[in-house]
Design a protein around this ligand. Structure first.
Ligand code: C5P
Length: 416
């Protein structure tokens, strides 16, 4: 799938002197794979860590270092590169260059080029923790952020010195996500608040055991990511996931269906689009034992009584009937038989706008898989069968369908 946000974009990737410069090679490669045109500018110090040739090879364009070497018939390279750029990424950003950028200094090709740009800057600082925590660096970082720069990281972890602390450059995937978030500003869901539920709830039997299901949370995470890329403010209410909450998404971790229900209902007054992608346990053990359940000699069976959990989307439908919010509600139907009939019944019972029907027995689709083959069923009777595609692409289709319903309430949609 082409990357809707980064494809054909001109990215000025700036690299300063720090050991994390080696990670910038991966970032450069990921940007190129996403279809971006990448121009690389390095400081002299950066070339001590990674050779310009590495970036020239990865980007397919000559990486530039020197202000005074005329290259490719460009007598004033910093002005031309600055004018061509849609976005600047500085990764890693050293304490030295961070200070220069904050002060508007222009003493090398990198800083001169950046001073000449009028596009957003994504900055990924990387330095020893004492340099980062120094009040001077903090003041410069605050001043850059106040001028609109998007700072990503630094994170906490093992630093080049071997010490543990804050100062590690954000991972390339995070920086990529930040770049996408910048291009997403003003997207079709800009200013909208989207809540997505994800993962399989865990219903405790005792302090060490629980009942759960095979949901990986991948579909919900993809939905959160794509909603963010369309410009939305996204909250992901999730049961434990095998992957991190995407950059720029507000994660709310829950375990049980009841916790998930409370977290969703609490946010309902601010939710414009709700997507229920979580696999919520319909039943939970009637009591969770306070101590680990022991087997006794000769015991052949253990009976656990289960009681009903709340139906989250059902509760949402009741409240929505009074408030009109969320304007759009999307549910998922993971089925093993009679897919469309079961999905249509749920669409009606939960008073959804869209249900995403998904036969989880199909090979390569459904729980844990990277792909999904789904059919979208709409409240007005429309159906859209989609071919097998990546979960991120499914997420685009679902969110585009949800965005197309826009802010219209269900009542308005039914009346039209
Ligand atoms: O009824 P069923 O569980 O098959 O419906 C699936 C849809 O309903 C999903 O969108 C799921 O997130 C949601 N659901 C819910 N509360 C439950 C069970 C499922 O909101 N207790």
């Amino acid at each position: 799938m082409t990357d809707q946000l980064l494809s054909q974009k001109n990215i000025l990737l700036c690299i300063t002197g720090g050991i994390a410069a080696y990670k910038a090679a991966d970032l450069c490669s990921k940007l190129v794979q996403a279809g971006a045109h990448v121009d690389v500018v390095m400081t002299e110090a950066a070339t001590r860590f990674v050779a310009p040739l590495t970036f020239s090879a990865l980007s397919g364009r000559a990486a530039r270092v020197d202000m005074w070497t005329e290259a490719g018939g460009q007598p004033i390279p910093h002005v031309q590169m600055a004018a061509a750029a849609d976005l600047v990424i500085v990764a890693p950003l050293s304490a030295n260059t961070l200070a220069k950028l904050a002060l508007g200094l222009a003493d090398n090709l990198l800083t001169s080029t950046l001073l000449a740009t009028h596009v957003p800057w994504v900055l990924a600082p990387a330095m020893e923790s004492h340099m980062w925590s120094n009040a001077i660096t903090q003041a410069h970082a605050t001043s850059l952020a106040a001028r609109g720069a998007l700072l990503v990281g630094p994170g906490e972890g093992r630093l080049a010195s071997g010490a543990l602390g804050v100062g590690r450059m954000a991972e390339p995937v995070e920086i990529l996500a930040a770049a996408r978030a910048v291009f997403a500003r003003g997207g079709p869901l800009a200013g909208r608040h989207v809540v997505v539920t994800a993962g399989g709830t865990q219903e405790p039997l005792d302090p060490v055991r629980y009942i759960t299901n095979a949901s990986s949370g991948k579909m919900g995470v993809a939905l959160a990511e794509v909603a963010r890329d369309l410009g939305a403010d996204v909250t992901l209410v999730h049961a434990p996931l095998a992957m991190p909450v995407p950059y720029g998404v507000d994660g709310v971790r829950v375990y049980t269906a009841r916790q998930m229900c409370d977290a969703v209902l609490d946010r309902l007054p601010q939710t414009e689009i709700l997507i229920g992608a979580a696999a919520v346990a319909d039943f939970r053990p009637a009591e969770a034992a306070s101590q680990k359940i022991k087997k006794t000699p000769g015991q052949e069976a253990l009976t656990v009584r289960l009681v009903r959990n709340p139906d989250i989307l059902g509760e949402v439908a009741t409240r929505r009937a009074q408030t009109g919010l969320p304007a759009v509600v999307v549910g998922f139907a993971a089925e093993t038989q009679d897919l469309l009939a079961n999905a249509a019944a749920k669409l009606a019972a939960k008073r959804l706008d869209i249900i995403v029907a998904n036969d989880v027995t199909e090979p390569g689709s459904g729980f844990g898989a990277d792909d999904n083959r789904v059919t979208l069923l709409f409240a007005d009777g429309r159906q859209e069968a989609l071919p097998l595609m990546g979960k991120r692409e499914v997420a685009w289709r679902v969110l585009q369908a949800a965005a197309a319903l826009g802010g219209r309430t269900r009542q308005e949609a039914e009346a039209s």
